[in-house]
Design a protein. Structure first.
Lengths: 389, 284, 352
């Protein structure tokens, strides 16, 4: 909203006068969050496509569609946040390469192309089949997507599979890059004590994977309910283990980061402590409390070899819990970093707007869009194996 | 046709296709290469040759002949805040208590206190004292307190030699000029505020009407006409000093010669070009 | 190679070429001219019009004010003090407007003394600092201000009085001669009228009762002010209001002239108290003089005055029966002991 400002008030101590106008709003909380979900979903699909773990086959194609649906909306919060979104292409036109942000359009563009190509190869046989049976404008879209070739010979399909594998292999570092890049975006800001850390890319990447797996579990279970098919138990068990492993590592690294920060006690540590006890205390409680509860729950599920409905329920709770905990972590980083004044002598407290284009309603809409798009895409290209009739 | 023949034919057609593909790829690459070459690289090469001599068309001004710098003598500052209001008037800065290109901080050590009490003109009590967010003054809250030491510190953009804000600008909307001033191109800025984040000194502010970041320019429109920046022009006590380091007679050259100066937050590696006299360990 | 792969690659090449073409087409021509930015923007930024235009600009029309400022304490380059026009008046900007002055400043300079006098118009004027908030921005005593800066505790220095009552901002050092309008009275004519006053204030202005003021040697300007105040009722007094009501302005001036020229007598007081009072008299000295002889003829001298009268007067300021923008607030800072010692001190200073 033009003319809005001062969404932040001094909380304690001295802050620079300009700091009460918080530069990055809650929209920038949602940006790394959505990116993270993409990276996580993609990693799951790669477990099948690259590493050939057959237990993930039921969700592999679905994970790809999830990744692309969310990827479409990664730039949305960024564009909404820009003061002049119509000039966003300036960053593409004359990218200033010393800026981490200049790479965004290229990294994101590359990644979207990669996802689209991989989906195209993974679904090409389906597309060709659909182009022959579908009438009307939708049929035209399918026919355009075949690029005028209906070659579905075993040889062509084998080639497609090879391409898909290669793309997935490129996709893993790309997904890592995409999200590690977001971490770098924050970690490289030396002016912000709470961000400036070499571990930031790794923490962002690992927590992204955990939240993405959580999202996939939830979506997979919901879709299975809708489709009235049983949830694949092997797949669920695999997802539980993967999530547990990544969660454990991310907790260890985040814990080490905090430990080191407080052990070194560099100048300004008092304010960091007051930040944790003050403006972001609920965020920290949700992030750490949620993560530890999920870790405990997953441990129980794995150790006691829980199966059937109990496993599904436990995993859905873990998935939702992890999505919430990681969202809180994004808030703690993005907002917390700005609530800690650059003076290191004061704190701010941020109050998100409700109705403006940077408000909570906008965030809710942006975050709903990928789900709608995913639903549309799955109608357009079904990722599920045909029912054995 | 035998099975063998078919294979050969398939191979043959494959070969033809492959050749076609390679040629196509070659043409594509060549096209792209030509564009890149003619578009950017040549332009860049040409500009590199001419940039050394060429300068922007500013009447009676050659940026190759100047090297601007700024000095602040905190021992002279009386906290009258004329500089803050002058800057806003000269540069059309948003008229409220949250957007400043320059400001003044007050550091007060009460007797027995280890840490300073710090406030700026934006502090709620000071705004209450002035009665408006368009005029600024320091309230006299410490007049009856036992003071060990107190002083004012003017702040502004440091026009760093290695500006973190320029480093992170994704478009090149903010840049450093040859004469050492960090400017921002309002018609090119996309308003991402990454530079606001990156500045260790908190001197960048966002213009919500234009949707772009704003910053101190050392009044580039004044100094290129031989005038002083507005804050220096109105400072009644010479707490602010500005000039050309290439000119040994300039006020800033004398200031740097005659004083032992320090800079703010040297550990950032930004190498600021605003030099301070009379600041204290608590100045942040 | 299968057809779909070839077409895919073709698509990629076409899109890439289109993207590069678009980059070439949309990139500003001056981009990269001096570095990674739009080269034209430097000159654009430099072309902004300054709003603060400096003293020399103001001087072209306001030479009188400029000259008075030039010699004043507000312009002391030697000690690094420059309170320029725009510090208090704000940026010149586009002032004067065309309605105020049809000629531009440059044209005015070129024409020199032949330039027409500017028409008076209300628009385009710079704001004049109206009250003392402008002065205290620099001169209010405040921790943090360097000692070399002239600072005052406002309540003690001026009470609620405006700064401009005593100071001309263009030349702030008080010029007492200019400040007081010395009345032109005829002392001989005043002597005739003074017979009426003699019953209380003595024929030669030495009061018969220590509760009443001595008038001999008092500044004529102050006596005129006091009588005018009694006459108009702004200073109510049961006795004096009636006495003053019968006096014309000329009478007042004449009486004042007579008493101011009369030779005075020092009242005297307890020397021990007076000694203590001397140490507390610093804040009075600014207006009433270090030895009780006021530097301005508009303000009363206190030297040799009756101590009882002085303490009654201070008490009347304290309890509000008398009001004065400066004296009311100063009197309220004084304890009963302060009053006794200060009045003893002034009573014992020589009025000669």
């Amino acid at each position: 909203m033009i003319g809005t400002m001062a969404q932040a008030a001094p909380y304690v101590g001295y802050v620079y006068p300009n700091e009460t106008d918080i530069p990055w709003s809650v929209l920038i909380v949602i940006y790394p969050y959505i990116t993270g979900l993409v990276a996580g979903a993609f990693i799951v699909s790669s477990l099948y496509h690259v590493f050939g773990m057959a237990q993930y086959k039921p969700v592999a194609r679905f994970a790809l569609l999830t990744a692309v649906s969310f990827m479409f909306f990664v730039p949305t919060p960024l564009l909404l946040h820009l003061g002049n979104p119509q000039r966003a292409f300036n960053a593409v036109l004359t990218p200033h390469w010393t800026s981490a942000m200049a790479a965004f359009s290229y990294v994101a563009g590359f990644y979207i192309c990669l996802l689209l190509l991989e989906i195209w190869f993974a679904f090409r046989a389906d597309i060709v089949a659909l182009s022959k049976t579908t009438r009307g404008p939708l049929g035209t879209v399918y026919r355009l997507m075949t690029l005028g070739s209906d070659d579905v010979s075993p040889r062509a399909l084998a080639l497609d599979h090879k391409f898909a594998t290669v793309l997935a292999m490129i996709g893993i570092p790309a997904a890592g890059g995409l999200h590690g890049y977001v971490g770098f975006l924050f970690g490289s800001v030396k002016a912000r004590e709470w961000w400036s850390s070499d571990l930031m890319p790794i923490i962002f990447l690992l927590s992204a994977i955990v939240s993405g797996i959580g999202l996939l579990i939830v979506l997979y279970v919901v879709y299975s309910r809708i489709r009235k098919v049983p949830v694949d138990q092997d797949c669920m068990k695999g997802l539980a283990r993967t999530m547990w492993a990544f969660l454990l590592v991310v907790l260890v690294i985040e814990g080490l980061e905090l430990l080191e920060m407080f052990y070194k006690r560099l100048e300004g540590i008092d304010m960091v402590q007051r930040l944790i006890e003050g403006p972001i205390r609920y965020g920290m409680l949700i992030q750490w409390g949620g993560s530890l509860i999920v870790l405990a729950l997953l441990t129980v599920l794995i150790v006691f070899r829980v199966e059937g409905k109990a496993l599904v329920r436990g995993l859905v709770i873990s998935g939702v819990g992890m999505m919430i905990a990681v969202l809180a972590m994004r808030w703690n980083v993005v907002i917390g970093g700005q609530e800690l004044s650059k003076t290191m002598k004061g704190l701010l407290v941020y109050y998100p707007e409700i109705l403006s284009h940077e408000g909570l309603v906008a965030v809710a809409i942006v975050f709903t869009c990928p789900f709608v798009v995913l639903w549309l895409i799955t109608r357009f290209l079904s990722p599920w194996e045909p029912e054995p009739s | 046709m035998t099975q063998e023949d078919k294979k050969i034919e398939v191979k043959g057609s494959n070969l033809v296709r492959r050749n076609f593909f390679l040629r196509m790829l070659g043409i594509g690459t060549a096209c792209a290469g030509t564009w890149v070459g003619s578009g950017n690289l040549i332009a860049r090469a040409q500009s590199a040759e001419t940039a050394a001599a060429a300068a922007p068309k500013i009447p009676d001004y050659d940026w190759n002949k100047h090297k601007w710098a700024f000095g602040v003598d905190a021992t002279r500052c009386i906290g009258c805040l004329r500089c803050v209001e002058a800057c806003k008037a000269e540069n059309g800065v948003t008229q409220d208590a949250h957007h400043f290109r320059t400001w003044v901080e007050r550091y007060v050590y009460l007797e027995g206190d280890e840490r300073a009490h710090v406030d700026s003109q934006s502090d709620a009590q000071n705004i209450a004292a002035s009665g408006s967010e368009k005029e600024f003054r320091f309230d006299n809250r410490y007049k009856d307190a036992k003071i060990e030491k107190a002083f004012f510190v003017p702040k502004l953009c440091n026009h760093c030699t290695h500006p973190a804000c320029v480093q992170v600008c994704p478009t090149g909307a903010t840049y450093q000029t040859k004469d050492g001033v960090v400017l921002i191109d309002h018609s090119y800025c996309i308003g991402c505020q990454y530079c606001v984040q990156a500045c260790p000194y908190g001197v960048r502010e966002f213009n919500h009407v234009l949707g772009v970041t704003d910053k101190c320019t050392w009044c580039y429109h004044r100094i290129t006409k031989g005038l002083q920046p507005a804050c220096v022009e109105v400072c009644p006590v010479e707490a602010r000093v500005f000039g050309d380091r290439n000119d040994p007679q300039s006020p800033i050259s004398a200031f740097l010669r005659n004083n032992r100066v320090s800079v703010l937050k040297p550990e950032t590696g930004n190498a600021p070009n605003v030099f301070y006299v009379g600041i204290d360990k608590e100045v942040c | 190679m299968p057809k779909h792969i070839a077409r895919l690659l073709l698509l990629v090449v076409v899109l890439a070429t289109a993207a590069l073409t678009a980059k070439h087409y949309f990139t500003d021509k001056s981009y990269y001219a001096y570095g990674h930015y739009r080269g034209d923007s430097v000159a654009e930024i430099a072309s902004d019009e300054p709003r603060f235009r400096g003293n020399e600009y103001c001087k072209t029309c306001h030479a009188k004010q400029y000259d008075s400022w030039l010699e004043s304490t507000h312009n002391q380059p030697v000690i690094g003090k420059h309170v320029k026009c725009e510090v208090c008046h704000g940026p010149v900007g586009q002032h004067p407007s065309a309605a105020q002055a049809p000629l531009s400043v440059d044209e005015r300079i070129a024409m020199g003394s032949k330039a027409p006098v500017a028409a008076v118009a209300t628009d385009g004027k710079l704001p004049l600092p109206k009250d003392r908030t402008k002065c205290i921005q620099c001169h209010e005593a405040m921790p943090g201000r360097p000692a070399a800066q002239r600072q005052v505790v406002l309540a003690a220095h001026a009470g609620t009085e405006q700064c401009t009552a005593c100071h001309d901002p263009h030349s702030p050092k008080i010029n007492f001669a200019i400040l007081a309008k010395a009345p032109h009275g005829d002392a001989a004519a005043g002597k005739v009228l003074a017979a009426t006053c003699a019953a209380c204030h003595g024929a030669a202005g030495a009061s018969v009762n220590p509760a009443w003021p001595n008038l001999a040697g008092q500044h004529a300007g102050y006596l005129v002010n006091a009588l005018q105040a009694f006459k108009s009722g702004t200073r109510p007094n049961a006795m004096m209001s009636g006495m003053a009501a019968g006096l014309s302005d000329a009478d007042i001036n004449n009486v004042a002239a007579y008493f101011s020229q009369a030779s005075c007598k020092t009242a005297g007081a307890d020397p021990a108290k007076a000694l203590l009072g001397k140490t507390k008299a610093a804040s009075c000295a600014l207006c009433h003089g270090a030895n009780g002889v006021s530097p301005s003829t508009a303000w009363p001298s206190l030297a040799g005055q009756n101590p009882d009268y002085l303490s009654d007067t201070l008490k009347s300021f304290q309890d509000g029966t008398r009001n004065h923008p400066v004296m009311t607030s100063i009197a309220k800072t004084l304890s009963a002991d302060d009053v006794a010692q200060l009045t003893a001190y002034y009573a014992s200073t020589s009025c000669k």
